[in-house]
Write a protein that binds this ligand. Structure first.
Ligand SMILES: *[C@@H]1O[C@H](CO)[C@@H](O)[C@H](O)[C@H]1NC(C)=O
Ligand SMILES: *[C@@H]1O[C@H](CO)[C@@H](O)[C@H](O)[C@H]1NC(C)=O
Ligand SMILES: *[C@@H]1O[C@H](CO)[C@@H](O)[C@H](O)[C@H]1NC(C)=O
Ligand SMILES: *[C@@H]1O[C@H](CO)[C@@H](O)[C@H](O)[C@H]1NC(C)=O
Ligand SMILES: *[C@@H]1O[C@H](CO)[C@@H](O)[C@H](O)[C@H]1NC(C)=O
Ligand SMILES: *[C@@H]1O[C@H](CO)[C@@H](O)[C@H](O)[C@H]1NC(C)=O
Ligand SMILES: *[C@@H]1O[C@H](CO)[C@@H](O)[C@H](O)[C@H]1NC(C)=O
Length: 319
């Protein structure tokens, strides 16, 4: 930190010589009294004309429109930031940028507010810089989240398409961001933000994540003459969500080897079934009598295939 300030001072000293905008102090701590009219003046050195711009805690430009509770005003020497009546929510990190034909330079104002009850409010606004999905299962999602600023925690709020209310979870900075206890095949909308969503609505990062589907419920009926009827079940919630885009039915002849191991014939059949155009039944035909078949069935969502149902059947023939 000391080196950094030293560097900034050194640079501003050099810039002062060249006409580049500079400030004698890179950061200033300001304490304002709640309810009062307050003025903070930003003055840069450097070749004129200098153009000033003020930014608030969430990096929005503060205009000179005096109808706003907080506005900026050009002065003889620089540019002022004016608060009509200071509120505790005005606390935070503000920035003043001075620009001329040589370039620009910025100064940070860390504004704290002393409330009428004598409490001091600081508001060091942080940001969620980056969110990535690292792992999705049929009941969990893991994210990698990068935040910056003074906050040491952040919030994730989420709900499935079929849920009415959101769940809110707080995570510590650096902690593993693993959200569990979710519904298989769920279509979740996640929102990440620094402030508690129950308090204020600061801009948040939104992510839609589809989970892996659950292990399907399958029954099959062995009909005679090489026919097997497969039936599977979709819950009302699954049908309504519509996240399952297809099912996959696979079967292959298997042979028992030394009474314990099963070997496959390497002649697997895969059938892709749409949940929309077929019912929930399929009949396999042409199985050889007197053989074992392994039948597998799994569902697929945008996240991939879920766990697989596996069973064996003995094909009989009616003579
Ligand atoms: C922090 O700053 C934000 C952004 O302007 C503001 O909405 C919020 O009320 C402030 N929080 C506190 C605790 O003062
Ligand atoms: C904060 O405000 C209270 C009440 O208005 C006042 O008594 C106190 O001196 C102030 N504190 C500071 C550090 O200005
Ligand atoms: C001021 O701070 C005290 C002690 O930290 C707390 O008990 C009180 O509720 C605060 N008052 C307000 C208005 O925030
Ligand atoms: C994803 O999460 C599951 C369950 O927590 C775990 O078994 C699996 O190894 C994870 N995969 C990766 C690539 O981290
Ligand atoms: C269907 O989804 C709703 C909303 O998430 C949930 O309350 C309900 O328990 C679910 N029903 C089943 C059978 O899983
Ligand atoms: C998972 O959710 C159920 C109800 O939605 C709740 O009863 C249970 O405690 C939760 N488990 C965990 C580990 O959060
Ligand atoms: C997430 O899904 C909702 C509806 O389910 C949609 O309104 C929203 O635009 C989606 N957001 C993103 C980032 O895809």
């Amino acid at each position: 930190m000391i080196t950094k300030i030293f560097l900034v001072v050194l640079i501003s000293f050099v810039w002062a010589e060249t006409g580049h905008p500079s400030f004698d102090q890179p950061i200033e701590f300001v304490l304002l009294q709640e309810g009062s009219l307050a003025k903070i003046e930003c003055i840069a050195q450097g070749e004129k004309p200098l153009i000033y711009t003020w930014y608030n805690q969430i990096d929005n430009e503060i205009t000179s429109d005096a109808n706003n509770a907080v506005f900026s005003r050009r002065t003889e020497k620089g540019c002022s930031l004016i608060f009509d009546a200071v509120k505790s929510s005005h606390a935070g990190i503000y920035t003043c940028i001075a620009k001329n034909r040589h370039g620009s330079s910025s100064k940070t104002y860390d504004i704290a507010v002393n409330t009428t009850s004598g409490n001091i409010t600081i508001n060091e606004t942080g940001t969620i810089d980056k969110v990535e999905v690292v792992n999705v299962t049929d009941e969990s999602v893991e994210f990698s989240v990068e935040i910056s600023g003074e906050y040491d925690s952040f919030y994730a709020s989420y709900k499935d398409k079929l849920e009415k209310s959101e769940t809110v979870k707080e995570f510590k900075k650096g902690e593993r961001v693993l959200v569990t206890n979710l519904s298989a095949g769920g279509l979740y909308e996640f929102q990440f933000q620094i402030e508690s969503p129950l308090k204020i609505k600061l801009p948040s990062k939104t992510f839609n994540v589809t989970l892996l589907p659950r292990l399907p419920d399958v029954i099959f009926r062995s009909l005679t003459n090489g026919l097997v009827e497969i039936e599977w079940f979709q819950t009302f919630n699954e049908t309504f969500r519509g996240t399952i885009d297809h099912f996959e039915l696979s079967y292959d002849r298997v042979q028992q080897y030394r009474g314990t191991y099963w070997t496959r014939s390497d002649c697997e059949v895969n059938i892709k079934l749409s949940p929309r155009c077929l019912g929930s039944k399929y009949t396999i035909a042409g199985l050889s009598a007197g053989s074992y078949y392994e039948i597998r069935f799994r569902s697929h969502t945008a996240a991939g295939y879920g766990k697989e149902y596996v069973n064996k059947i003995y094909s009989v023939s009616k003579q």
